[in-house]
Design a binder for this molecule. Structure first.
Ligand code: ADP
Ligand code: MG
Length: 358
């Protein structure tokens, strides 16, 4: 089947994957209270699949007969979609599998993609159950867009795929340290931010990127199963001359975003659209005061951090990037999930997947 961007077919058969442990542990209750009737009234047939453990969804979509499903919809946080996307791209028929329309309903504590979809619809910002209802409505409308996918290379783990973000430094530390506050829901990021601000530190490393404007010479990484990365040399090889090496080596954070929201209430990349083919790269240089950093995050609630004239914040649009942290230990996250710490590089694949955006 070829699924163009456009309208979902009707009648439509969805697989709805619900993680009962996500967020405050209320995803099933939220499904019963808000989503079940909405989908039934819209005439959307759906099969509820309750995930039982980590990687359950990943294994399931890897084996599934996708010809049976018009869409795979995730009701959890971003973590469950990350599993589904990586499961799809591990299939021998990845090229067709990744074209299955994907949907997301916010049921977790990190619901950045759901918030992005709501934002793209042009509606004014909402959170929590209002966001869920909005995303349910957009899902019923069933308009399908293309969505960028970013391939991520690490030094010894297999290549993986990312739909949302790559983070190092302050943001990655807050994301992971705040997992213990998961039961507070989305507020976990606010609590985590305040805790980390009190012990703000510097992260050393080398950052380089390939600007969107450049027309790069093609690099050849060894052929892997799945999408071909044409911009990245092997991670242990030097970068081509047209890459920009950031002069600073002392950072407070590096954040690469490919959708608009970093969390329900953090509009990190206001210009991002689902398939702009752009990695929106932000970094904050060392030397920023905790107060100024807090001001940045407060401004980010409205996407106004870029207009605060903060001299430590740098924003640039790139197609690929490489980060080499100098410290032996630390946290790097991909879509909010911890990955192997060490050198990492990434390249965007424009519109590789399909997303129900309404
Ligand atoms: P949250 O935003 O609350 O972190 P996520 O969607 O990111 O929600 O899910 C967190 C993790 O829970 C994912 O890594 C997922 O694999 C895992 N998971 C899925 N189903 C279960 C389950 N039944 N029990 C425990 N963990 C699960
Ligand atoms: Mg998560």
């Amino acid at each position: 089947t070829f699924y163009p961007a456009g309208q979902m077919s009707h009648p439509c058969q969805m697989m709805l994957l619900v993680n009962p442990q996500s967020g405050k542990g209320q995803a099933l209750t939220l499904y019963n209270n808000h989503i079940q009737r909405m989908l039934n009234e819209a005439g959307i047939k759906h099969t509820l699949v309750i995930t039982e453990r980590q990687n359950h969804a990943r294994e399931m979509v890897k084996e599934a007969d996708l010809s049976q499903w018009d869409a795979l919809v995730i009701m959890s946080g971003d973590g469950l979609l990350y599993e589904v996307i990586n499961g799809l791209l591990e299939r021998p028929d990845w090229e067709e599998a990744i074209r299955t329309p994907l949907g997301i309903l916010p049921g977790g504590s990190g619901n950045a993609l759901a918030a992005s979809i709501h934002h793209y619809s042009g509606a004014s910002p909402v959170t929590s159950e209002e966001l869920l209802v909005s995303c349910g409505f957009l899902l019923c409308k069933g308009l399908v867009s293309h969505m960028d996918m970013v391939s991520v290379h690490l030094s010894s783990s297999p290549r993986l795929f990312s739909f949302l973000s790559l983070a190092w430094g302050f943001v990655a530390d807050v994301d992971i340290e705040s997992e213990k506050y998961r039961h507070f829901g989305t507020v976990r990021f606010t609590i985590g931010t305040l805790v980390r601000l009190a012990s703000l530190r510097v992260y050393k490393g080398r950052l380089a990127y390939l600007r969107v404007e450049s027309t790069p010479s093609r690099s050849a990484t060894k052929a892997l199963p799945g999408p071909h990365d044409s911009l990245l040399p092997p991670l242990d090889q030097p970068l081509p001359d047209d890459w920009v090496v950031v002069p600073e080596e002392d950072f407070v954070l590096m954040l690469a975003m490919y959708q608009s929201h970093l969390a329900e209430d953090l509009l990190a990349a206001p210009e991002a659209t689902p398939d702009d083919g752009v990695i929106h790269l932000f970094y904050v240089r060392a030397g920023i005061s905790p107060t100024a950093l807090l001001r940045l995050f407060l401004a980010m609630e409205k996407g106004a951090h870029l207009t605060t004239n903060c001299q430590h914040l740098v924003y640039t649009k790139v197609r690929a990037l490489r980060l080499e942290p100098y410290s032996p230990k630390g946290i790097i996250t991909v879509d909010g999930e911890v990955v192997e710490y060490g050198p990492v590089q990434a390249e965007v694949h424009r519109g590789l997947s399909r997303l129900i955006t309404g």
